[in-house]
Design a protein around this ligand. Structure first.
Ligand code: DGP
Length: 119
């Protein structure tokens, strides 16, 4: 349910600070500490789920809420003309934090190419 050493669980528990923009019984949304677009939010389930590989039916309420909130959160931050959601998963997906999180990226101008191979 919660992982004592997980950084996003610590944010959910209020043990480390974050710029929160939304909280309910299932999910927490906050600003990414290293923004890669004018709007860059992270939306996480409150329960600890390491990766999408570990997701199951029990997580559907939280994961459904994450998607259902994306447009409202993006618009609320000023991304009113489009945005991206990204769920990096595992080594190949360059997942850095092993607690499922949905990036919400947007801004006034179109974003760059969706996929760029890292050198
Ligand atoms: P990913 O590669 O998808 O696992 O991206 C992890 C993101 O999490 C990365 O964009 C930076 C962000 N991040 C890492 N640690 C913290 C933190 O302590 N606070 C906040 N707000 N964001 C963090």
């Amino acid at each position: 349910m919660t992982d004592p050493s997980c950084i996003f669980c610590k944010i959910v528990r209020g043990e480390i600070p974050a710029k929160k923009v939304h909280e309910d019984e299932h999910v927490l949304a906050f600003h990414d500490v290293r923004p890669q677009a004018p709007v860059h939010l992270l939306v996480v389930p409150k329960q600890h789920v390491a990766t999408l590989y570990d997701a199951g039916a029990a997580h559907e309420p939280a994961f459904g809420r994450m998607l259902a909130l994306a447009g409202e959160l993006a618009r609320g931050q000023g991304a009113a003309d489009g945005f991206r959601v990204i769920l990096n998963t595992g080594r190949v997906g360059h997942q850095e934090v092993y607690h499922v999180h949905m990036h919400v990226l947007g801004g006034p101008e179109p974003l760059g190419p969706m996929l760029q191979r890292r050198k």
